[in-house]
Design a protein around this ligand. Structure first.
Ligand SMILES: Nc1ncnc2c1ncn2[C@@H]1O[C@H](COP(=O)(O)OP(=O)(O)OP(=O)(O)O)[C@@H](O)[C@H]1O
Ligand SMILES: [Mg+2]
Length: 217
C-alpha cells in the first residue's frame, strides 16, 4: 500500500494573475522503502509539489492521501511534526540556535516519546549524518552550507518520520559531500524502509533513485 498518493492533483497559486496550473492533473504514488526523485527545469513546480506533499498548501483540485486519509482532513502541523520530515531548499534552520538545539527543538515539537535522553539521541543523529561533534554547539550561521545541509537532514530525521521530503538536498555541494548526503537518503529508504522523496537537478543523484517523476513547464 502506498504511504502517500497524489490523486488527480492540480494546483495554481491564488495570487498569480494567469491562474495557470503549476501542477496539472498528477497521479503519483509513493511507497515505503523507496527513493523517489522529482525532476524538472527551474520553475517547473518541484518545490510547489513538495509543499503539497508536506501539507503546507492544498491542491486546488484532486486529493493527497496519506496512510488512507485525505491530507486535507488531518492537522498539517501534526503531520509535519510527527510523520513527515521536511528539508527545505533554504534549510529554514533557526540561526540563533546551535546545530544540536535545532535538532532537539524538532524532537520537542513532535511531542513524541524517545527512549533515550533527547540530547544524547540528537547527538547520535548528528553523527549519523556525519557532522563532526565539534559543530554540535556552533550557531547555524557559523556553519558552512554543507554542514547546515547535514543539520537540516538531522532535524528532519529526529522526529522518526515515515516520509522524508528534501528540496535539492545536494544543491551547491561538492561531489564528495553530495555523495555522503545521498548515501544517507539511500540508507533511509533501503535499510530503514522510509519513503524518501527528493527534488534534484543532479545526474549523479538521479542514478541512485528507484523512480523519477518529471514535471514539465
Ligand atoms: N508563492 C507563489 N506565488 C505565485 N507564484 C509562485 C509562488 N511560488 C512559486 N510560484 C511560481 O510557480 C512556478 C513553480 O515554482 P517552484 O518554486 O515550484 O519551481 P521549482 O521547480 O521548484 O524551481 P527551482 O528549480 O528554481 O527551485 C514558478 O513559475 C514560480 O514563479
Ligand atoms: Mg524549487
Amino acid at each position: 500500500m502506498s504511504v502517500l498518493k497524489l490523486e488527480k492533483v492540480s494546483y495554481h497559486y491564488a495570487n498569480s494573475k494567469a491562474k495557470r496550473n503549476i501542477i496539472q492533473d498528477k497521479t503519483y504514488k509513493f511507497d515505503f522503502g523507496k527513493l523517489y526523485g522529482i525532476v524538472g527545469k527551474s520553475g517547473a513546480g518541484k518545490t510547489t509539489l513538495l509543499s503539497l506533499l508536506a501539507g503546507l498548501t492544498k491542491p486546488t483540485e484532486g486529493k493527497i492521501i496519506y496512510n488512507s486519509k485525505n491530507l486535507n482532513k488531518i492537522n498539517s502541523f501534526d503531520y509535519r511534526a510527527q510523520n513527515c520530515g521536511v528539508i527545505f531548499q533554504q534549510f529554514n534552520l533557526l540561526p540563533q540556535l546551535t546545530a544540536l538545539e535545532n535538532v532537539m527543538l524538532a524532537m520537542d515539537v513532535s511531542g513524541k516519546k524517545y527512549d533515550q535522553s533527547k540530547n544524547k539521541l540528537a547527538k547520535n543523529i548528528l553523527r549519523s549524518v556525519e557532522l563532526p561533534e565539534i559543530y554540535d554547539n556552533k550557531k547555524i550561521l557559523q556553519l558552512s552550507g554543507g554542514e547546515q545541509q547535514r543539520v537540516a537532514c538531522a532535524r528532519a530525521l529526529a522526529i522518526k518520520p515515515d516520509i522524508i521530503l528534501a528540496d535539492e538536498p545536494t544543491g551547491n555541494l561538492d561531489s564528495e559531500t553530495q555523495n555522503d548526503i545521498i548515501n544517507i537518503f539511500d540508507k533511509l529508504a533501503h535499510k530503514e524502509n522510509k519513503c524518501v522523496i527528493i527534488v534534484t537537478h543532479s545526474q549523479e543523484v538521479a542514478k541512485r533513485l528507484d523512480m523519477i517523476y518529471e514535471l514539465k513547464k
